[in-house]
Design a protein around this ligand. Sequence first.
Ligand code: ACO
Length: 707
Amino acid sequence: MHAGSPDISLLFEPKSVAVVGASPNRGKIGYKIIENILEDGYKGRLYPVNPKGGEVLGHEIYTSLSAIPDDIDMAVLTIPEKQVFPAVQECAARGVKYLPIITSGFSEVGNIEGERQIVTYAREHGMRVLGPNIFGLYSSRVSLNATFGPRGIKHGKVAILTQSGALGIAMVGKTAVENIGLSAILSMGNKSDIDEADVLEYLVRQDETRIILMYVEGVQKGEKFVQALKAATKVKPVVVIKSGRSKRGAVAAASHTGSLAGADEVFDAIMRQCGVMRAESLKDAFNWCKFLAESPLPEGDNGVIVTNGGGIGVMATDACEKHNVPLYDDAKTLKEIFSPVTPAFGSTKNPVDITGQATGEDYTTALSAGLTRTDLHTVMALYCETALFTPESLTAMIRENSRRYREAGKPILFSIIGGKAIEDSISVLRKEGIPVFDDVYDAVSCMGTLYRYRRHVREPLEADAVADIDLKRVEQAIASARADNRTFLLPLEAHQVARAVGIPMPKSGVARSLDEAVRMAEGIGYPVVMKIVSKDIIHKSDAGGVALDLDDKSEVIDAYQAILHNARRYNAKARIDGVEVSEMIKRSTETIVAARRDAAFGPVVMFGLGGIYVEVMKDVAFRAFPLTLHEARTMVKETRSYPLLLGVRGEKRKDIDGVVDAIVKMGTLISLCPDITDIELNPVVVYEHGQGVKALDVRILLGTSKR
Ligand code: ACO
């Protein structure tokens, strides 16, 4: 039982910190942490603890926590694994609130019980655990560097959460080189208790933090994580560095959805759904963080590229397409703004080419024109080295224009390419926090990320979509499978579930006599399809047990008799349960709509084109459920073959709303029925707009044990 959670602010703003395992021995982590806390100027009260007593860096070492004459908000434990639990008990007795545990040797090496014991005890006594197996934490609010990583961390606007300790320490080093200031850095370690979602809750409302960077390897409480990310990204940007592309989950999967839902594809899709920017590399992640932490958001979609070289202008334009940077294309207005600074042999079209003869003054004139225009929203200034600039004048021009744009609240960045002098200029300017890049693609990728974030925050808030389903009928079908000890539903049971959820299915019934077959066919309307119903005949067509396209009563009578005759000849011992009579389905675009319970994220929905060919096409999109209608539509649009749904070669637009409706229904079903692990409608035939969809087949898998 949890004894309530202490205020998360105390993790970042403790007034007093004990270091249990503090050591005067310079080679010990327990020394290094004390040194970092002191050197980086912690604003609270520090209490080193070690039964041997003595002194470390001029501070008295207390022989036990009970000897400390003060309240203790946080105790950093850096003692051997066997000592940790007794120390946690002592911490509880002293009313400690947060326990960053540096010590390794827990679940990461299979010591799950040891870890569980600590967390359970801590939670029962109102404490929370960070880690174990961490390098510590840093918080700029109280200048607390309780890590054994680098010292002298610069205060700033970027918060880093990292699951990898070694990478975390390396990132601290890299931020120093890049002159990126940090508001916090947390090593998450084994995430036995505190996870990213808990920390995001604080970082979102902490003013210093402008952007959050996370390195995530695995997600355990995915549903909580998704909620926290969705809330966080509406307030500040979140960048995630991708973890490995694991295919293990897919190998073990038993359904189409499972085999297509590789852990990485699902993670990637869900990050997009949450508005998180996923970086492919550390370089991108740092570039984005540095730029987004300082840049205002663009006021609108009119971006302009100003260049002195056609080549890099074209490269930047290509990159803009890739990164969705909108470019201003009103030729008349661009001419009006830029013709005073563009020679006749240049171009005032976007990219604006002020040509190789452009001087620093020309750049400043062009950039000034952009600065004052309210219809021009972002600028990317590109420069290829020419002899018309001295390195000093280039550096000064960039510094000056960057300042003016910052004051005006308008995003600008620079990409300059050339020799040693240019490289030196870049390094000087980057140290000053000015967004200058040696590669056009890096620059455009930053602008693209800024626009992506702008689009995300401007999306209207929308409630999650849920469907109304007849749970009782669903449970009946599941009960009948359970009674039979099956972990899959038979077609008739699966159809019952799909109908209970409101999925349009072909009209059908099972006839047990010729009269009944005729009555059903007349009720459904011609043409109809007839199929043998027998558990003992799997390959119905091979057995001559299927008749298609039956147009009238006499064809139904003939087919009924032929099907029964063929079935008996095929397998005389087969138990025959009747003949299924169903509506003959018109062909149209075939899709798949599915939902499954993901090990990390819980209910996940999938949409794909290709229907029965989905595994060949691999054209699928995923989302975590619940989701908004907007997210469901975006998911459909994300597939490569989406244009097929819009109608090609004179075809009419297909019923996309019907697809979205089916997605929401599948998600609702899987989130309300914990027994179901996978449900797949395949193919789902999508008709013209207004005419809906029809699922031709339904497959439902259950978990091995009843929940
Ligand atoms: N209370 C207070 N002090 C104690 C206690 C206790 N209950 N028990 C021991 N101590 C003292 C010891 O007396 C010792 O002090 P001394 O230097 O004066 O002798 C000090 O605590 C440390 O104890 P040691 O037995 O010397 O342990 P050591 O420092 O060698 O190791 C450590 C402890 C660092 C926690 C180790 O067990 C460990 O887990 N190392 C891995 C840490 C790690 O890598 N974490 C993940 C980081 S992320 C990444 O990958 C980079």
